[in-house]
Write a protein of this length. Structure first.
Length: 400
């Protein structure tokens, strides 16, 4: 049995932390977080501390390979997304990717005169969400439906806000059709294997960003899903290294055969980061400007996984592979590259050059995002990513 007093105490502490970190900035979102019992939307065996953790996500369903299919997002990003959506009393809101909890928060904010539609492609997830909503008194205020988000929600809308809680590779045209002209779209957008939660509003024929947050989400399913191209490289000592490409894979990845058989070399960028300082925008910079960029993962027995301070950000050049590493430096760490293969130094140089370019031109600025469904007027100073239904642009104020 859940200790309701303990849950209430933890809820108050969570709200206090969200306020202190400025993830909650409005009275409406604060009130919602104080009223909705998070623990009742979690699996029964979830500890209260996990349910009320500031940055804890809780997986609610996995596939047969133990990959997360659905989860309750961390409190900080739920609060941030609700604030980004600029929700108000009496609004009509669509949530894409259901779990129940976020829909309950939305229902609290828009009030009894508002309308909330929450959809998911998985009937089991919708059933679970509907049960939790009924148990907490929100069932009559949220319509939970099974639907493939790529096609919108026939018969519903228009919506004042659409909040997407699964990683989306693109913006479905149906969402823009069902969003009011002055409405806000908030979604975790995947950009060459790097995700940002972005709040968009229309500006003429395209969308412009109002705010962005760093977070990760389970991937979209259904017709809007996007599979990475994955290359597996056997490591000499055993195990496998995997390279995941979003949409810019080099044309001849066969050159990487045997790339890990020779020893590795290391080179350094002379760019440092202070201890405890985020460099998440370096990941985005790579996604925009580093040709051959990919995500790297490695089995624990490989020598790739041996260095303690490595990051899953890599580049391919011909028959070369390099990935980002760190070494101690005064007050923090220096960025560098660990390289393999005949063209490994080319890959390492490309990676280090982009670290230096980010340091010069992107490190101390905030990027902005735009989405062009028809692509007529794309700025020339922006990094552009072609999507299925449009073009995404990312601009740093000082350029690249």
């Amino acid at each position: 049995m859940v200790d309701t007093d303990a849950a209430a105490d933890l809820r108050e502490k969570l709200v206090a932390e969200l306020l202190a970190q400025e993830k909650i900035v409005s009275e409406a979102v604060e009130t919602a977080f104080r009223r909705v019992p998070r623990q009742q939307f979690m699996p029964a065996d979830t500890e209260l501390a996990a349910a009320y953790g500031y940055d804890n996500s809780v997986v609610t369903k996995r596939d047969d390979r133990d990959r997360a299919l659905s989860s309750v997002s961390a409190a900080y990003i739920q609060a941030a997304m609700l604030e980004m959506a600029q929700l108000r009393h009496s609004m009509t809101v669509l949530e894409i990717g259901s779990g129940g909890l976020n829909a309950a928060y939305i229902a609290e904010i828009v009030g009894p005169e508002g309308r909330v539609v929450s959809i998911d492609i998985d009937p089991e997830i919708i059933d679970r969400a509907a049960t939790a909503l009924d148990a907490t008194g929100y069932g009559s205020r949220v319509r939970a439906l099974v639907a493939d988000a790529e096609h919108g929600v026939p018969g519903e809308g228009p919506f004042d806000a659409i909040i997407v809680t699964v990683g989306a590779w693109d913006i479905a045209p149906a969402w823009l059709t069902q969003l009011r002209p002055e409405g806000v779209l908030v979604l975790p957008l995947v950009m060459n294997n790097v995700t940002r939660v972005i709040a968009f509003r229309r500006d003429g024929e395209h969308l412009v960003s109002m705010a962005a947050e760093v977070a990760g989400f389970v991937a979209m399913q259904g017709d809007g899903a996007r599979a990475d191209q994955i290359i597996e490289l056997p490591a000499p000592a055993g195990g496998t290294v995997r390279l995941s490409f979003d949409s810019r894979a080099p044309s001849d990845l066969g050159q990487l055969d045997g790339v890990l058989t020779a020893g590795a070399t290391e080179s350094w960028s002379q760019v440092t980061v202070a201890k405890g300082v985020s460099f998440a925008d370096l990941h985005l910079w790579f996604a925009c400007y580093l040709d051959g960029f990919c995500r790297l993962s490695a089995d624990s027995e490989t020598d790739v996984a041996t260095p303690k301070r490595w990051l899953p950000l890599a580049a391919v050049r011909g028959a070369g592979l390099a990935y980002l590493i760190l070494r101690d430096a005064p007050g923090g760490a220096e960025f560098g590259a660990r390289a393999y293969g005949r063209d490994g130094q080319l890959a390492a140089d490309a990676l280090n050059e982009q670290v230096q370019a980010w340091h010069r031109s992107g490190r101390h600025t905030t990027p902005t995002f735009a989405y062009w469904p028809t692509g007529p007027d794309i700025p020339t100073d922006a990094a552009a990513m072609t999507k299925t239904h449009g073009v995404l642009t990312i601009t740093w104020p000082t350029g690249s």
